[in-house]
Design a protein around this ligand. Structure first.
Ligand code: BGC
Length: 797
């Protein structure tokens, strides 16, 4: 128990340390590194607006309550209760006289953290690689059920920071390197979780794309990049009615994310019209009055900066009463929005003390969630290579599994706190990264156990060799078997030795445990070598990927508790693989557009320049003409598909896109201007048919990319749609995409609005970002659409 507390303290100590770093204002000198961008002030903090009916109803109820509260009670709704402040990682106290039972705030995102009898779901990165909205939603629903039944009001997830660089430690918690994919996954997760009456807390707002120095670094990002690359997932979160948002540890353009008035007041509560509340990343609050006026609603877990300090500030006029009323209404309306005022279960565990016999009721919340875990797991496998149809396995006479990643962790699945490990001490299958984004495994089906069951059923001579370092013995054993499967892994996680110099990021992109060497040894001795990779992100595979004996490669990612079963489903052909890479795998480290910023110079505040701008992931490879090893969106199948030409039509809409209408809307562009209906309503429909030309049924992930007009400064293409369809052999399926004005807009920095550039848009439909099968120029139907609009309006009248 003590060691556990120590670890938790260690995990959070960095942010506390960060406060002790003196902020020295250096005079501007000749060193270009000492010139910093500024984050413009945006005050006052916007009052909450009811962006739709659900919020409207919730806000109305909340306002009635707030009228009855004292100043102290209102502030209390936004004041964390301490560490430990109760049974959960974050706690807000109840106010009995209005029936508010308080909030239990807890991690997230892939399962209930630090509590038993829960499910360990596939990580976000695997959910994303299914490219399947309904699977992602189902994952959210199952997570929502587990949180609710444990009595947790607020799920600290989803984590939607982009994979700006493959070295970043927490990429596996999120959705990869594309803002559209991340936005869709965020949306579906929030709808899923909140449908079970649990509040989502989408994180980390914003530009927390590395672990190193996360507690003090300034992410310096230009306005257009911010809006087009990093903001879209948060915009989708608002459209999905997220109850809350977590402000990140880092600074943004020089100003702390937890008290940055531009991003909180200006962008989040202003442009996006977010009606919920903003809490700080844990221990990440840097001030009271400044943070509150800049839009922070709730410092957690410790609320010392708020509480009596904000009460005092209201009394002496440094914080307006209206700000505190707004804060309280935001917290209470999120609670009403998710129906937590009725029949919400009480917390039934103590996350700080396993030995607490009173509160640890050990409620089993798993149901049959293993089924969806296994289904997502199998659907998230990405088949990267498959020569001579080596996969699926067809009853090989003999099979050997090689590498420690094939077997169980020798010390059990939950031995390391928050799964925190270093390369030397972890072995066994990798099914979770480390840090706050973890949970206890209820069990862990490793690949060897799952394949054993198949071997028994299909009478395969199965053997294994779980040593990673004896390459000669591995080669000798492999040479005696018909098929050899080598297992590789690469792990990463959250900064744990203090936020200042966190080690969660990856030091390199190599496979752990001698993996490269092991593959080469086996491939040199067995002509049917298959490689399976459990990894948090890209690994360097250049030394072996073209080896003629490496016949097949399966990218398995971070699978959770059913890792072995999900793999066996794909290996043996029960499931036809359809996962797609949610990021690019490069040939050389230098090809990736951004690195972790290590250069702290002599300056007390390290700066990370997002100088690659819009060129993140495939956008960079495309625009620089760099051939990747495997591109974004890539993934093979056991069958093959053909694509018909595209046809298009305009959709009847409720709102017009006449220029004067847009102007009017934008002149009045205050709160919520980025989520207006005219901007997001589907206007264009793109159709095609996809045919399964092979002998087995399977899913195809059809992707729509848009190439913007030439001179508007956009990268060559951007993902704007995807559909995962199931097609029987020899049959056709219709695929349908819809585009909105927003989908075809860029952020105009001068006028601070979304505009659809003039010129030719090309629609590129394909099986990956580089395998484009059907192309067309987007047709403009302005006139036609106006007529349709008029007839729609008259029908409504
Ligand atoms: C992480 C958050 C997490 C919080 C609470 C922080 O260190 O950055 O993602 O939700 O801790 O555990």
């Amino acid at each position: 128990m003590l060691s556990r507390l120590f670890f938790l303290l260690l995990l959070f100590s960095g942010a506390t340390l960060a406060k002790q770093v003196p902020f020295q204002l250096h005079e501007t000198d000749d060193n270009p590194k000492h010139r910093f961008p500024e984050s413009p002030p945006v005050y006052p903090s916007p009052q909450q607006i009811p962006i739709n009916q659900a919020w409207k109803t919730a806000i109305k109820k909340a306002k009635k309550d707030v009228e009855k509260l004292t100043l102290e009670e209102k502030v209390g709704l936004g004041t964390g209760n301490g560490w430990p402040g109760g049974l959960c990682f974050g706690v807000i106290k109840p106010i009995d006289r209005i029936g508010f039972k308080g909030l239990c705030i807890h991690d997230g995102p892939l399962g209930v953290r630090a509590v038993d009898l829960v499910s360990a779901f596939p990580a976000g990165i695997n959910a994303a690689s299914t490219f399947d909205r309904s699977l992602i939603r189902a994952r959210g629903e199952a997570i929502g059920v587990e949180y609710r039944e444990k009595g947790i009001n607020v799920y600290l997830g989803p984590m939607t920071n982009l994979q700006r660089t493959p070295w970043a430690g927490r990429n596996w918690e999120g959705w990869g390197g594309d803002p559209y994919l991340a936005g869709e996954a965020t949306y579906e997760t929030i709808v899923g979780v909140q449908s079970k009456g649990v509040q989502c807390n989408v994180k980390h707002f914003i530009n927390n794309e590395q672990e190193r120095d996360r507690g003090r670094i300034s992410s310096n990002v230009d306005d257009r990049t911010q809006h087009e690359i990093y903001l879209p997932p948060f915009l989708q979160a608002v459209l999905a009615n997220t109850a809350s948002v977590m402000a990140s540890y880092n600074r943004l353009n020089g100003s702390w994310a937890t008290q940055n008035s531009k991003t909180l007041n200006g962008i989040l509560k202003g442009e996006l019209g977010f009606p919920g509340y903003v809490l700080s990343d844990f221990f990440g609050t840097q001030s009271g009055v400044a943070a509150c006026n800049a839009g922070l609603d709730m410092p957690v877990p410790i609320g010392d900066y708020f509480g009596k300090n904000i009460v005092e500030a209201v009394k002496n006029g440094t914080v307006n009463q209206s700000r505190v009323d707004d804060l309280a209404t935001r917290v209470l309306s999120a609670w009403y929005l998710t129906g937590q005022d009725k029949g919400f279960p009480e917390v039934n565990f103590n996350a700080f003390d396993e030995q607490d016999q009173v509160h640890n009721k050990h409620v089993d919340v798993q149901h049959d969630h293993w089924k969806i875990i296994r289904e997502i797991g199998a659907a998230s496998h990405v088949l990267l290579k498959n020569l001579n149809e080596t996969l699926p396995l067809r009853r090989p006479r003999s099979l050997i599994l090689i590498g420690s990643d094939a077997g169980p962790p020798p010390l059990g699945p939950n031995y390391y706190h928050d799964r925190f490990i270093t390369p030397s001490d972890r072995t066994g299958v990798l099914a979770m990264g480390w840090g706050s984004g973890t949970c206890y495994f209820p069990y862990l089906i490793d690949p060897l156990s799952a394949v054993q069951r198949r071997a028994k059923k299909e009478h395969i001579d199965l053997s294994w060799f779980l040593d990673d370092y004896d390459r000669n013995e591995a080669a000798r054993l492999a040479s005696e078997k018909e098929v050899a499967v080598v297992f590789l892994s690469a792990d990463s996680g959250e900064a744990t030795n203090g936020d200042l110099y966190g080690i969660g990021d990856r030091p390199d992109l190599e496979a752990w445990h001698n993996g490269t060497d092991l593959v080469l040894a086996v491939a040199d001795s067995n002509p049917n070598t298959i490689v399976v990779i459990h990894s948090v992100g890209p690994i360097n595979m250049e030394k072996w990927i073209d080896h003629p004996n490496v016949k097949a490669v399966l990218w398995a990612g971070i699978q959770g508790q059913e890792v072995g079963n999900a793999l066996a489903d794909v290996l043996f052909g029960d499931v036809n693989p359809s996962g797609r890479l949610p990021y690019t795998i490069a040939k050389r480290d230098g090809d990736y557009p951004a690195k972790i910023e290590h250069d702290t110079d002599d300056w007390p505040i390290p700066q990370t320049e997002y100088s690659e701008g819009l060129l993140v992931d495939y956008r960079a490879f495309d625009s620089r003409n760099i051939t990747p090893r495997f591109e974004f969106g890539f993934g093979l199948s056991y069958t093959s598909f053909t694509y018909s030409p595209i046809w298009q039509r305009s959709l009847p809409t409720k709102t017009r896109i006449l220029e004067d209408e847009i102007e009017r809307d934008l002149i009045d562009r205050g709160q919520g201007s980025s989520i207006r209906e005219w901007l997001h309503e589907p206007r264009w429909e793109i159709n095609l048919e996809v045919k399964n030309e092979g002998a087995v049924a399977g899913h195809e992930v059809v992707q729509l990319y848009v190439a913007f007009p030439k001179d508007c400064g956009e990268p060559p293409k951007a993902l704007k749609g995807f559909e995962r369809i199931y097609v029987q052999p020899g049959l056709l399926e219709l695929v349908n995409f819809k585009l909105s004005y927003y989908d075809l807009s860029i952020w105009d920095v001068l006028t601070q609005r979304w505009i659809k550039p003039k010129g030719k848009f090309r629609l590129l439909v394909g099986a990956s970002s580089r395998d484009i099968r059907s192309e067309a120029v987007l047709e403009e139907w302005r006139k036609f659409e106006d007529e349709e609009h008029d007839s729609l309006v008259s029908q409504e009248d």
